[in-house]
Design a protein around this ligand. Structure first.
Ligand code: ZN
Ligand code: ZN
Length: 586
């Protein structure tokens, strides 16, 4: 089973509900699917997988046998027969229309039946001709709003997760670099800047022969060209949109800088150059005489105006040029700085591998510290541990530690539920026995801002909590973050000596970059973890690192970079007398 299928379940059932509603089905059935979709959206994906593997999906409220069967079919095959049949009975464009503001499924159904509207184009036509306002319950104002909404919709693009886009772009670059006509091939755009979601796979290829490169691409399985010229190709590959630009080998550095963006960064750089008599063009700097100045690397281009190289992750148009000019650029965290992963799961809760297997995998990846942090008791659907389980688990960890010796340090921790009222899931004396305590929000994420902020503040104030896991609880692309007052969270975390997590799972990336930068400004320590449920998940680290770099994080601000002795000393220091991070960047 591909993990990403689990993340699609909520939208799958929302879609079923929607299609049934468009067909005029009765409300009871529709609501059952909608409730199931919400339940799935508010259950941790790892919990769903765990229950599915155990044949216990119906343990979840709102999931009956019929829906459990559909989940099973989809997770096994990546396909759902029932949905496929529904899709055939409804014009495909109708579903999009239900997302326009002011147009629910009921109204779209009437537009379909009464005006034969089937997609965005026919809706736009009907509205422009004044037909929509002739329907009962639709006014001239509604019609005008619809026209406006159609235009906004056209500007909107579906975004890809960094976690899907980056490996695909890497695979494509490998093919390109093997080709004789390719002098250099790199990613650019938001992908290179490490943005959490990207519009397409943005690639730049230096070649004297674009046509030969295009022929190579068109021979790739699943490659589909939309438009092409000697300058660029727009296409789809493995289902993902690709935007590939060609350039002459000697123009590569300037083109790469240009194609990497962001627009804001480019603008700031152009302005900075203009003050020094130079004009920024896609070919490089041009002087007052109209001569383009040669540059072999991006560093040359920055040096030409007296700036140090600015890492792509910082090119956001958010003060990086001023910082570079004043010599204040941070020395950003690198992947190899990370020595510890402090959030992982084993078969004791909803992980798939034993403590020994996880420890060996961590060792293989060069980690020197691994914390096993299984779920706490109230998350019973994910196999949460009782205090008695914890004692037995401690013995197993000690055995594995004895076997592996000092090659890796294993910590016993727990990912402890924060109850809706802010209480923790274990009593203080149980928490005190653990080497490390992560507190996380997994349930009731839609509480009011006041309530959920208080709830997280209570966890931060607990004397035993070391890290807040995935603080906002968002799941890309569908689940929004909890409505937290982040400034108060940052202030409290700094005051209590609690680290906030940068969860590296590409569906989370939580904290996100903007929050990381604010947290650092408050002097908050951060902890970058993969939340691995299987050895392969340790590879998520790269997405966490990109996000941390976008947040201006230095190695010193991330406790996972500390030598094991320093980390242990920090964990043993009572809160809040813990050291402040050395890597404050602002
Ligand atoms: Zn969690
Ligand atoms: Zn976890």
């Amino acid at each position: 089973m591909e993990t990403y299928l689990i993340y699609r379940l909520p939208s799958l059932f929302r879609r079923i509900a929607l299609l049934l509603e468009l067909q005029g089905e009765d409300g009871f059935k529709i609501n059952a699917y909608r409730r199931a979709a919400e339940r799935l959206a508010n259950t941790e994906p790892e919990t769903i997988r765990y229950l599915w593997e155990q044949g216990r999906l119906t343990d979840l409220p709102d999931i009956g046998m019929a829906i459990a069967k559909k989940i099973d079919e989809f997770l096994r095959t990546g396909h759902l027969d029932f949905l496929a049949r529904l899709e055939e009975e409804v014009p495909p464009g109708l579903v999009d229309l239900t997302r326009l503001p002011g147009l629910g499924p009921k109204r779209v159904r009437r537009l379909w039946l009464e005006l034969r509207v089937t997609d965005l184009n026919s809706l736009e036509r009907a509205a422009a001709q004044g037909q929509v306002q002739t329907l009962k319950g639709f006014s001239a104002r509604t019609e005008a709003r619809i026209l406006q909404a159609v235009q906004t919709w056209r500007e909107h693009e579906d975004r890809l997760l960094l976690g899907e886009a980056l490996p695909a772009a890497e695979a494509l670059l490998h093919r390109l670099r093997d080709h004789l006509a390719v002098v250099r091939a790199e990613w650019s755009g938001s992908l290179r800047r490490g943005v959490e979601t990207v519009g397409d796979l943005d690639l730049l290829v230096a070649t004297p022969n674009p046509q030969a490169v295009r022929r190579l691409l068109e021979d790739l399985p699943t490659w589909e060209t939309f438009t092409h010229s000697s300058e660029e190709v727009r296409a789809r590959w493995q289902g993902l949109p690709v935007h590939l630009r060609f350039c002459a080998p000697e123009a590569f550095a300037a083109q790469w800088l240009y194609a990497t963006g962001s627009a804001g960064h480019r603008q700031g750089l152009a302005q900075y150059g203009a003050e020094r008599g130079l004009t920024l063009t896609p070919q490089g700097w041009r002087d007052a005489q109209g001569k383009t100045l040669p540059a072999d690397t991006e560093a040359d281009l920055y040096a030409r105006v007296g700036l140090p190289f600015i890492p792509p992750e910082l090119r956001q148009g958010r003060g990086e040029i001023e910082a570079a000019a004043q010599g204040r650029l941070p020395t950003l965290l690198r992947s190899e700085d990370l020595l510890a992963d402090l959030h992982s799961h084993s078969t004791w809760s909803d992980g798939r591998f034993s403590i020994r297997e996880m420890a060996l995998a961590a060792l293989e990846r060069g980690l020197r510290v691994l914390a096993i942090t299984d779920h706490s008791q109230s998350l019973s659907v994910a196999g949460g541990l009782t205090p008695e389980d914890l004692r037995r688990q401690r013995e197993e960890i000690a055995q594995v530690q004895a076997e592996l010796g000092d090659r890796i340090l294993l910590l016993q921790g727990a990912e402890v539920e924060i109850a809706p009222d802010g209480a923790l899931d274990y009593p203080d004396e149980v928490l005190a026995e653990l080497d490390i305590v992560i507190a996380s929000l997994h349930t009731h994420l839609r509480q009011t801002a006041k309530k959920i902020t208080q709830r997280l503040l209570a966890a931060i104030a607990n004397p035993h909590v070391d890290i807040i896991g995935h603080p906002t609880g968002r799941l890309l692309p569908h689940r929004p973050p909890a409505d937290l007052d982040m400034e108060r969270i940052f202030a409290a975390a700094a005051a209590h000596g609690v680290a906030l997590e940068i969860n590296a799972n590409p569906h989370r990336l939580d904290l996100k970059a903007e929050h990381i930068r604010r947290a650092l400004a408050h002097g908050v320590l951060l902890s970058l973890n993969t939340d691995a449920h299987r050895p392969a998940d340790f590879a998520y680290r790269r997405y966490g690192v990109l996000t941390a770099r976008r947040g201006w994080a230095t190695a010193g601000a991330i406790l996972n970079t500390w030598p094991p002795e320093r980390l242990l000393a920090w964990l043993r220091t009572p809160k809040p007398q813990r050291a402040q991070p050395s890597g404050k960047s602002e």
